[in-house]
Design a protein around this ligand. Structure first.
Ligand code: GLN
Length: 289
């Protein structure tokens, strides 16, 4: 084979970028680089110093499989098996929602609400991969977190992440529906949640990556998307200390309605927080002290 035909890092990147662009990826270069780094077992940054190196037959075959799957809108995070969130690396698979940067503001606000509490007791409902619970534990070394998810498969992923980040002592995992597995007669300082909040009819209209591959159980929130939000608002007070906080993620157009629901239910200091791209993303309310 002449040089021009050798599948070097550069050539396979160029080819993949072009192919993914034609097959609907919105970030073809990033996708190609992440997949190739995974196929070669190296860091993405190292590709830049390896541009002229040829791929082994084995690497080419792994890469072919990954690119084929990416071209059917399978998310890169599922293909490589992990995703960064709050500067931590999380294991993911198709049983859990892929952690999104939008959700980092939930962690930031929760950490803020914990200021002044020596050892905050926190509940994370609909934990999925466990990214919110674990990011809290890693950033507040005295926080104790109870993470809950209805899906045993999601709990398996969360459990792997809890071990990976060595927070087994402070993050307890319970399988069950929302509040149902929580201990009775125990009150918490804070309840956080990124619940499913997409109106059922809109799930089929989501971007192909999300709609075809992410778990609908983690997305569909009932007719108006607010079934889980209403449950959070109604049931949190009996699980919170006086002055305890409820905060949850929503989509920007639901923010006003959710803050009204919180006020109507008697929460005080209700506020809406924007995510890092400036969209209303988290709603917070406090149980009357
Ligand atoms: N933000 C997610 C999306 O747009 C939805 C997350 C959720 O329902 N909790 O796909």
């Amino acid at each position: 084979m002449s040089n021009a035909e050798t599948w070097t890092v550069r050539r396979i990147l160029d080819w993949t970028i072009d192919y993914l662009k034609q097959n609907g990826s919105e970030s073809p270069r990033l996708d190609a680089e992440v997949l190739l780094a995974h196929a070669r077992g190296c860091q993405r940054i190292q590709l830049y110093t390896q541009y002229n190196e040829p791929l082994t037959e084995q690497q080419r075959s792994v890469m072919r499989g990954l690119v084929k799957r990416r071209a059917t809108a399978e998310p890169v995070a599922y293909l490589v098996g992990h995703r960064e969130f709050f500067s931590l690396d999380f294991i993911v698979n198709a049983h859990v929602l892929i952690p999104r940067p939008d959700t980092e503001i939930l962690v930031i606000n929760a950490l803020d609400a914990c200021k002044g509490i020596e050892a905050p007791q926190i509940v994370d409902l609909c934990t999925g991969s466990g990214c919110v619970a674990i990011a809290l534990a890693k950033n507040h070394l005295k926080a104790k977190i109870t993470a809950v998810d209805i899906s045993p498969e999601a709990c398996e992923v969360a459990s792997q992440n809890i071990k990976k980040h060595q927070v087994e002592e402070r993050v307890r995992l319970l399988t069950g529906d929302m509040f149902s597995p929580l201990p009775k007669n125990v009150r918490f300082d804070l309840i956080v949640s990124n619940p499913p909040y997409i109106p059922n009819a809109e799930v089929s209209e989501l971007q192909a990556d999300v709609q075809k591959h992410e778990p609908h159980l983690a997305l569909a929130g009932g007719e108006d998307g607010l079934d889980f939000v209403r449950k959070l608002i109604n049931d949190s007070p009996i699980h919170l200390n006086s002055g305890g906080w409820l905060m949850f993620e929503i989509s920007p157009e639901q923010a006003m309605v959710c803050s009204e629901l919180l006020k109507a239910a008697g929460y005080v200091d209700v506020s809406i927080k924007n995510d890092l791209s400036g969209q209303a993303r988290v709603v917070c309310g406090k149980v009357k002290p």
